[in-house]
Design a protein around this ligand. Structure first.
Ligand SMILES: Nc1ncnc2c1ncn2[C@@H]1O[C@H](COP(=O)(O)OP(=O)(O)OP(=O)(O)O)[C@@H](O)[C@H]1O
Ligand SMILES: [Mg+2]
Length: 263
């Protein structure tokens, strides 16, 4: 479904991605992990066609995606219907006067009738328990509320591939839990998921496979998530865990605390 061949990218001389090779099959759920600045968001932007790589080839469903093709309105529209993107920063994603119009934007672009649009918007608002914000200005919502609206916008498009950049950030525990379960359901329903996250506790619930970036913007590991989580030395090396990180034997969860710290 997604094929990245030897992709590199730099922001006016500042390297962000170096020789990235990734192949994601339809229906996979893949996590992108790595320290701050390792290149996760840049890669997700390339996959969503927001920026084009300096070198290398990006193929979506076997077709090469180029800046030239994305400038063709018809091609871009079809492409963006098939792949939905939840940005790391919701402010860059929300621009309408009220939440209803924000979530309706995608379905309207798809050419659905206004009654179909209404149905879809209401379904998505209900799903995220944000019906009460329907007529609020997205700009004035709290950070977590904005993220829920951003997620509703993407779900309203019902894309085949969902790309989410740190979707759990800033959400309260109950909403995080809901989102994890929802992502699992989406994946079981056949959606391809690509999710960047620093959340080591939830990552193995949402992905079978994890791709790990090092701080030099290259891929250092691509393996089953549960196996990667046991590679403590590797996680330390890429600055994803600190010296206090450990796992309880026989238990799936991992957490941080210092054994020498008595309260
Ligand atoms: N618009 C930009 N202009 C210049 N440099 C940028 C820009 N966006 C990102 N960078 C740089 O590119 C590198 C990769 O950034 P990116 O945002 O992809 O990292 P990330 O892995 O998503 O980090 P985080 O975990 O903090 O979200 C970093 O060194 C960053 O400073
Ligand atoms: Mg990022």
């Amino acid at each position: 479904m997604i094929e990245l061949i030897d992709i590199s990218y730099a922001y006016s001389g500042i390297s962000a991605l170096k020789n990235i090779n990734i192949h994601v099959e339809k229906g996979e759920a893949v996590a992108l992990m790595g320290a701050n600045g390792s290149g996760k968001s840049t890669l997700l932007k390339i996959i969503n066609g927001l920026i084009s790589p300096d070198s290398g080839v990006y193929k979506f469903d076997k077709e090469e995606i180029t800046a030239k093709k994305l400038r063709e309105a018809k091609f871009a529209k079809l492409f963006h219907q098939r792949i939905g993107f939840v940005f790391q920063n919701s402010d860059t994603q929300l621009f309408c006067a009220d939440v209803y119009d924000e979530v309706a934007f995608g379905p309207r672009q798809m050419g659905l009738s206004e009654s179909e649009v209404e149905q879809r918007v209401n379904d998505c608002l209900t799903l995220l328990s944000i019906e009460a914000f329907k007529h609020r200005q997205p700009y004035h919502l709290s950070g977590g509320e904005k993220r829920k609206v951003a997620i509703a916008c993407v779900l309203a498009l019902n894309p085949e591939v969902l790309v989410m950049d740190e979707p759990m950030n800033g959400l309260d525990p109950r909403t995080q839990r809901w989102l994890v379960e929802f992502m699992v359901k989406l994946n079981q329903a056949g959606k391809t998921l690509l999710i960047s996250t620093h959340n080591l506790e939830l990552v193995q619930e949402i992905s079978q496979r994890a791709i790990l970036f090092d701080e030099n913007h290259s891929i250092i590991a691509d393996m089953p998530t549960d196996i990667l989580l046991m590679e403590i030395e590797l996680l330390k090396k890429v600055n994803l865990v600190d010296e206090y990180y450990h796992r309880h034997e026989g238990e799936h969860h991992a957490h941080f605390h210092n054994h020498n710290y008595n309260l």
